[in-house]
Design a protein around this ligand. Structure first.
Ligand SMILES: NC(=O)c1ccc[n+]([C@@H]2O[C@H](COP(=O)([O-])OP(=O)(O)OC[C@H]3O[C@@H](n4cnc5c(N)ncnc54)[C@H](OP(=O)(O)O)[C@@H]3O)[C@@H](O)[C@H]2O)c1
Length: 245
C-alpha cells in the first residue's frame, strides 16, 4: 500500500502551509500549489524536510486550465488522493454600493469556481481512494470563513463566496458521503496570517486565531472514520462578539 497523498492549495504560507506541514509530519505525500513560484519552492523544501514526497505545482486558481493541470499533476504523481485541502483564497473589502463587480468575480473564481472544478476533476480518484479505504474514506477540507456563516459589514462578496463553500460542502456530503467522500468547511474568524494584516489597526494579531489551531482541526478531521460527517466547523475568537470575524 502506498503512503497516503494529499493536495493542498494555497500551501506557500498561512493556513495552507500550516496544514501541509501537519499532513507531511503525519506521513502524507503532498502536492502543493500557489501562484508565487519562489515562496512555493521554499514551502516545498520545508515540507520535504519533514519526510514527505512533495510535488510543487505553481497554479493560479482563477484560471480553469491551471486548476485542471493541478488535478492531473497530482493524479500522475500519486494515483490516489486521501485529503484535499482548499486553502487558496482571496478577499477584498468594500461596501455593496461601491465595490466593483470585477472584485466580486475574482473572489468567486478563486474561492468557489476553482474548488468546484478541482473536486469535479478529482472525483474519480477521490472515489477510488475511498473505496480502497472504506473504514476511513477520504476527506475534503475547504477553508471557508466566519463571514460565510455570519454577515460582516464590508465583506458581502467575500462572505457570499465563503457561504457558497459551506453550501458546497453540504451538497458534496449529500451526494458523496455514502461512498466515503466527506467534506468539511472550516469557518474561522480572523486568523493571524498575511491575509488578516489589513485589520491590525483594530485587532492585535496576538488576539487572532492561530494557524496551528486551524491545522489542528484539519488534522482531527483526517482521523475521523468514514461514519462521521462534519459539514462545517465554526471557529470564533473569544469575547462578547462571537459572531464577528
Ligand atoms: N486569515 C484569516 O483571517 C482567514 C479567516 C477565515 C478564512 N480564511 C481563509 O483561509 C484560506 C487561507 O487564508 P490565509 O489567511 O492562509 O491566506 P494567505 O496567508 O494570504 O495565504 C493565501 C495562500 O493562497 C495562495 N493563493 C492566493 N491566491 C491564489 C490563486 N489565485 N491561486 C493559487 N493560490 C493562491 C497564496 O499564494 P500566492 O499569493 O503565491 O498565490 C497563499 O499560499 C483562504 O481561503 C481565506 O479566505 C482566512
Amino acid at each position: 500500500m502506498s503512503r497516503p497523498a494529499a493536495l493542498v492549495t494555497g500551501a506557500s504560507r498561512g493556513i495552507g502551509l500550516a496544514i501541509a506541514e501537519r499532513l507531511a509530519a503525519a506521513g502524507h505525500d503532498l502536492t502543493v500549489c500557489a501562484r508565487g513560484g519562489d515562496a512555493l519552492s521554499a514551502a516545498a523544501a520545508r515540507l520535504a524536510a519533514l519526510g514527505a514526497a512533495v510535488r510543487a505545482e505553481p497554479a493560479d486558481m482563477a484560471a480553469e486550465d491551471d486548476v485542471r493541470r493541478l488535478a492531473r499533476a497530482h493524479e500522475d504523481a500519486y494515483g490516489r488522493l486521501d485529503v484535499l485541502v482548499v486553502a487558496a483564497g482571496v478577499g477584498t473589502a468594500g461596501p455593496v454600493d461601491t465595490a466593483p463587480l470585477h472584485r466580486f468575480d475574482k473572489q468567486f473564481a478563486v474561492n468557489v469556481r476553482a474548488p468546484y472544478t478541482l473536486v469535479q476533476a478529482l472525483l474519480p480518484t477521490l472515489r477510488a481512494t475511498a473505496a480502497a479505504r472504506p473504514d476511513h474514506g477520504v476527506k475534503i477540507i475547504m477553508l471557508s470563513s466566519l463571514t460565510g456563516a455570519f454577515p460582516e459589514p464590508g465583506l458581502a462578496a467575500y462572505g457570499a463566496s465563503k457561504a457558497a463553500l459551506i453550501s458546497l460542502c453540504r451538497s458534496l456530503n449529500a451526494e458523496l458521503s455514502a461512498d466515503g467522500v466527506t467534506a468539511t468547511a472550516i469557518c474561522p474568524g480572523y486568523v493571524d496570517t498575511d491575509m488578516s494584516a489589513w485589520v491590525h489597526d483594530r485587532i492585535d494579531p496576538a488576539d487572532m486565531i492561530r494557524t496551528a489551531d486551524v491545522a489542528e482541526l484539519a488534522m482531527s478531521l483526517t482521523r475521523l472514520s468514514s461514519r462521521a460527517v462534519v459539514s462545517e466547523l465554526v471557529v470564533t475568537r473569544p469575547g462578547g462578539q462571537l459572531h464577528r470575524a
